[in-house]
Design a protein around this ligand. Structure first.
Ligand code: GTP
Length: 340
């Protein structure tokens, strides 16, 4: 089975970080986010993937090349301008026609059993199947309602609480039989979620809805991007920090991972889970709680950071305070950073 990964979106909700880097290449514990998805593919025997690129397209080829280093065969299909999730899949059709294709959003992390997904799909003889995840608050997602046999019966985009009849949402992983491609218009902007899926359902096609057990997150917002770090560090996922994010010695009572070349001054204090990039400096007596600091950033003496994301090369001045939700662009300067 071949996979296609949709990674051409602009990631507007994750700005400012996505102004410098496409969302799927943002580091999670000092590894490009997409490498976690590659790991899931390899685990389930998928060795070939088509990367559907558009926004900042060349960055992907620079990062992954032909994929050999990652144990995969990677090919790239580029849209001159983003054509939406449906347009991107249509663009990759010539490389995907020879059997069921696995289509993945490039901004979700899941630990799904892909072989089980394929078994489910085949048993339903579905034209296409959608993996679903259960979430606590479905109001920010596309809700997918299924019947007792596992077929989709209704789609509901971002429902209000009084419309919430279930908590199974579109998890951004699909299986397509080759004829599905024929239903996607060529050369125009088109959405799978708002176009193809409801249209095929209305046409009476069989759509499988597989409720996938296991960890799932969509890193589309700054809050979720922070959350995936906390989840990995606190052991809520099957993923482990790699060699680029080693446990920081002496960080008592907190889970702190640090990249090579990172230096922490005496009396710095950590709580919760903290990810430090490569070559980060943390000043004397600084306090960091549940945050992500990207490569080359410097935190001044006595600064306090809580539930925030600090972009690469940012400088945070002495005794500055960054509260929950702060998202500092790469290269930002805050407060008195003259000592850094
Ligand atoms: P927002 O602008 O914050 O909504 O983010 P986004 O552009 O990533 O859109 P969204 O989260 O809906 O996209 C889901 C997945 O599809 C992401 O991995 C995107 O990179 C990808 N994607 C979205 N639009 C396109 C597109 O036009 N072309 C391609 N190739 N991929 C896309």
């Amino acid at each position: 089975m071949k996979a296609a990964i949709l990674i051409g979106g602009q990631g507007t909700r994750l700005r400012p970080f996505t102004l410098e880097s496409p969302k799927p290449l943002l580091p999670v514990l000092n590894r490009p986010f997409l490498e976690y998805q590659f790991q899931v593919l390899r685990t389930h025997g998928v060795r070939e993937a088509v990367l559907c690129v558009s926004y900042l397209a060349t960055a992907f080829r620079r990062a992954f090349g032909d994929g050999r280093r990652l144990g995969l065969r990677l090919r790239y299909v580029s849209e001159p301008m983003p054509l939406g999730t449906g347009g991107a899949v249509k663009n990759a059709e010539p490389l995907l026609r020879d059997g069921p294709a696995l289509i993945l959003n490039g901004d979700v992390l899941n630990a799904f059993d892909l072989r089980e997904f394929l078994r489910f799909h085949r048993a339903r003889r579905a034209e296409l199947s959608i993996a679903l995840s259960r979430v606590k608050d479905p109001t920010q997602y596309g809700l997918v309602l299924t019947d007792e046999k596992g077929y989709v019966k209704r789609f509901l985009e971002k429902p209000s609480w009084d419309e919430v009849e279930s908590n199974t949402i579109n998890a951004g992983a699909y299986l397509f039989e080759p004829p599905v491609f024929g239903h996607i218009p060529a050369g125009k902007t088109y959405s799978l979620e708002r176009g193809l899926f409801p249209e095929r359902l209305a046409a009476g096609a069989k759509l499988g809805g597989w409720v996938a057990p296991g960890y799932w997150i969509d890193i589309g917002t700054v809050e979720k991007y922070l959350q995936v770090h906390l989840d990995v560090l606190e052991g809520r996922t099957p993923f482990k920090p790699g060699d680029g994010a080693r446990p920081l010695k002496g960080a008592v009572g907190a889970r702190v991972a640090a990249g090579p070349g990172t230096k922490v001054a005496p009396f710095a204090r950590f709580s919760g889970a903290v990810s430090l990039g490569r070559g980060v400096r943390v000043g004397r007596g600084a306090q960091l709680s549940d945050c992500v600091v990207l490569d080359g950033a410097a935190i001044g003496d006595g600064a306090r950071l809580e539930r925030c994301v600090v972009g690469a090369r940012a400088k945070i001045g002495t005794h500055a305070v960054l509260g929950p939700g702060t998202a500092l662009a790469g290269g930002s300067r805050v407060g008195d950073y003259s000592q850094l």
